[in-house]
Design a protein around this ligand. Structure first.
Ligand code: NOJ
Length: 549
């Protein structure tokens, strides 16, 4: 029997702060802007917010390089604005979770500055290694963002490990003092009233002893030596036991390369150390492992990923459901169709919002925002995108290289939120820090507010349905017509109630198919994206039917 916890009834909204809403006119999104929009978020039916990092940071990785864990960056409004947002959330019955980024810090963090000078107790806060003969690096690991995972530090005369950007040195979590620091950070925010944490690449924090070379893995070398490392469950259990167990909060762990069986070691409701997990399989229906290794979208692959997590976690652990976040290009441009943007945005919503779990919606997803495609590669901001451009596919034409970025860059989904059709999409009255997608006159919140059948109002309706139908919370998931590469059909069923979700993922007309035990003539059509239902499914049509005895 699944455990009852408040986050299971919720829908979260992810804010990537610098592009959400500028409240003070300096061109960058901030917490004053968020404050203005809390009612909007609530109006979607969302009752929680996940903030991508809002701490002081030099911004080498848009805030995922933190220089002070116990403050809020002044450009976002500082602690004053944060407390107002936190109170504003709680006053509306909403929860707020922070991003906990402790695999690494910024190189400008005081700990690193002292560590490179060997000032105790910081000397062993990071992973340092001496030079090897003939300039060889300490091992063959790759950084996830910028070349090799080691950079020489002149001051300390040693290499430091960074699994991400050069400016993001990895913490040495094997050092108990570092774990105490993490616990202090957690208590600091929980005592202030935050309701939980999304834990950034937390499965990377325990590296294999001796940091051995990676002999197997062809890309992201080293991953097998640090992902799900030897002490990971022990450290997470320590955080749970010493901190989380003393608060009414929840934890959400980001886990690259994880499959349900392994995930259960973390999130099993009886034995796990955390509550939910962000998996990447659902993001790999049009690529191998990363967006930079694209292939044609395969609906079957998407369905397999969804179904595998639904089936294998059922009754044991709780799913985190998402189709977009700040690390991937926009989903309509990938799994849907820009030609049928409105229809496919809705079908994509229906394809995941009726599954079992806690859904997350990334800013702009609810209005069907599309990928941004700049004319020139110099316009990209993201550290990973820049590195990819400068170091890969060098033999291809400039146009082909740029197109690759259009397809894969995280910046495709980091343009300012499109609020209305005024200048800068209503995001700022100043000069925006980043480019606004040119399509903002066609796709924006204000326009969709006024349209009964907009993508925005579809999201509202779908969320309202999932909150009112117990079957969405409790029902057994089953996928039908698994072999189809054009239709995704799934049902949820519990005694006395069931739903059937039918989603077309093609421009072609399709015959409507329903399993025998779901007689569509007796079901009530509770949600759809076309005004009239014909014998055939229209391009990207979706239908949700409901039966109650
Ligand atoms: C995962 C985060 O989601 C991503 O945005 C960030 O760049 C890396 N972790 C490094 O912190």
């Amino acid at each position: 029997m699944e455990e009852k916890r408040w986050y299971k009834d919720m829908v979260f909204y992810q804010i990537w702060p610098r592009s959400f809403k500028d409240g003070d006119g300096d061109g960058m999104g901030d917490l004053w802007g968020v404050l203005e929009k809390l009612d909007y978020i609530k109006s979607l039916g969302c009752d929680g917010i996940w903030f991508s990092p809002i701490y002081p940071s030099p911004g080498a990785d848009c805030g995922y390089d933190i220089s002070d864990y116990m403050d809020i960056a002044p450009e976002f409004g500082g602690m004053e604005a944060f407390k107002k947002v936190l109170d504003g959330c709680h006053a509306r019955g909403m929860k707020l979770i922070m991003d906990l980024v402790v695999n690494h810090t910024s190189d400008e963090h005081e700990w690193f500055q002292k560590s490179r000078q060997r000032i105790d107790p910081y000397t062993d806060y990071y992973i340092w290694r001496p030079a090897k003969p003939e300039g060889a690096l300490p091992n063959n690991w790759d950084s996830n963002f910028e070349g090799k995972a080691w950079t020489w530090d002149d001051e300390r005369q040693e290499y430091y490990l960074h699994l991400f950007a050069v400016k993001q040195p990895d913490l040495n979590m094997d050092n108990p003092l570092v774990r105490e620091e993490v616990k202090n950070i957690l208590r600091f925010w929980l005592d202030m009233g935050v309701d939980g944490f999304r834990e950034d690449v937390i499965t990377y924090i325990s590296k294999k002893e001796g940091l051995p070379d990676d002999k197997l893995f062809p890309v992201y070398k080293g991953m097998l030596q640090y992902n799900h490392g030897p002490h990971i469950h022990e450290y997470l259990a320590e955080f749970k036991h010493d901190v989380f167990d003393h608060y009414d909060c929840f934890t959400l762990a980001e886990a690259p390369m994880v499959w349900p069986k392994q995930a259960l070691k973390y999130i099993d409701e009886q034995k796990g150390q955390i509550d939910m997990m962000i998996q990447f399989q659902c993001q790999c229906a049009d690529c191998f492992f990363t967006d930079y290794m694209p292939h044609k979208f395969s609906l079957r692959k998407m369905k397999r990923a969804f179904s595998s997590w639904q089936n294998k976690l059922a009754g044991k652990a709780w799913n985190m459901l998402y189709i977009e976040n700040h690390d991937h290009p926009r989903i309509v441009s990938r799994y849907g169709s820009e030609e049928y943007w409105k229809e496919s945005a809705k079908t994509l919503a229906a394809s995941y919002l009726f599954q079992q779990g806690t859904p997350f919606i990334y800013q702009g997803q609810e209005i069907g925002m599309l990928n941004w495609r700049p004319e020139n590669p110099g316009m990209y901001e993201d550290v990973q995108t820049r590195y990819q451009y400068e170091h890969t596919n060098l033999k291809k034409s400039p146009k082909a290289r740029l197109k690759k970025l259009w397809r894969a860059s995280r910046d495709s989904a980091r343009t300012p939120m499109q609020w209305d059709s005024s200048e800068n999409a209503g995001f700022t009255t100043g000069e925006p820090w980043f480019y606004v997608n040119e399509n903002y006159k066609k796709i924006n919140v204000a326009q969709q507010e006024g349209q009964r059948y907009s993508v925005l109002n579809f999201y509202r309706k779908a969320i309202q349905l999932r909150k009112t139908l117990p079957v969405v919370r409790y029902g057994r998931y089953k996928e039908h017509f698994k072999l189809s590469n054009k239709q995704y059909v799934y049902s949820r069923q519990m005694p006395g109630e069931k739903i059937l979700v039918i989603c077309s993922f093609t421009k072609r007309k399709l015959e409507v198919r329903a399993p025998r035990s779901f007689d569509l003539r007796t079901g009530r059509l509770i949600l759809t994206n076309y005004p009239a239902q014909e014998r055939f499914l229209q391009p990207y049509e979706c239908r949700v039917y409901h039966w109650k005895e």
